[in-house]
Design a protein around this ligand. Sequence first.
Ligand SMILES: Cc1cc2nc3c(=O)[nH]c(=O)nc-3n(C[C@H](O)[C@H](O)[C@H](O)COP(=O)(O)OP(=O)(O)OC[C@H]3O[C@@H](n4cnc5c(N)ncnc54)[C@H](O)[C@@H]3O)c2cc1C
Length: 257
Amino acid sequence: MNIYVLLKRTFDTEEKITISGGRINEDEAEFIINPYDEYAVEEAIQVRDTHGGEVTVVSVGTEEAEKQLRTALAMGADKAVLINVEDDVEDGDQFSTSKILAEFLKDKEADLIIGGNVAIDGGSGQVGPRVADQLDIPYVTTITKLEINEGAVTVTRDVEGDSEVIKTSLPVLVTAQQGLNEPRYPSLPGIMKAKKKPLEELELDDLDLEEEDVEAKTKTIEVYLPPQKEAGKVLSGDLSDQVKELVNLLHTEAKVI
Ligand SMILES: Cc1cc2nc3c(=O)[nH]c(=O)nc-3n(C[C@H](O)[C@H](O)[C@H](O)COP(=O)(O)OP(=O)(O)OC[C@H]3O[C@@H](n4cnc5c(N)ncnc54)[C@H](O)[C@@H]3O)c2cc1C
């Protein structure tokens, strides 16, 4: 089975994030594999181990994404491809990224493409469906279970806490939701082996794309942090007085009643 994983390098939202000049301050951020893409890598490895074939991890970004691709190789992926757009795309958006990925994938005869359901930074959840649409193959998002039997595919997807079972067929693109599996940590032998695994680097030119073909369709106007949370108010005294004060505060301060 020819399996591809779409992997994004993202900043770690568990770490402190600062903004300068309307952009996330990258010098102070920690970078990781988008957590949903770790589920995608794990699932791809498990499918390959069951059905045979090869797992290729692909990322659109700058050469810094090499680190995250090497981590995926250390987990057990076979090959990695970095589409380095550093010199060609300055302000990419979901259109740019999916166009580049689809152009790369169009002649690869992929049976299965797995992405994360959302990137924890950009957070649009658009890239997977856009890639599938351009490749003209079916897609199922936010999956928590994947079963493949010959060419038939049964997918369970998370729908706001409920589950939906969908039948489809290969080739297909799916996007991973938390609960799909438990991503493995790279082992020491895995890390050693990853150093020798192929990591190919491509540029827009290699995909026969010009800068204007991938020009963003959207523009980010402003990026800002959420307002600081104010301290809560604890009411005290007699219960009926507390209720009166609460109603008063909801009316005069919160202005919600
Ligand atoms: C060169 C470049 C310049 C950019 N410049 C800006 C900028 O100036 N301002 C700004 O706000 N944003 C910028 N971005 C980020 C970009 O707008 C989006 O973050 C990106 O297109 C993905 O959208 P998303 O984060 O909403 O991903 P989602 O659609 O939420 O991601 C879902 C899944 O799609 C896949 N995926 C997403 N991105 C990639 C990727 N790059 N490679 C491989 N798979 C991927 C992953 O599987 C991921 O889990 C830039 C991106 C690039 C590559």
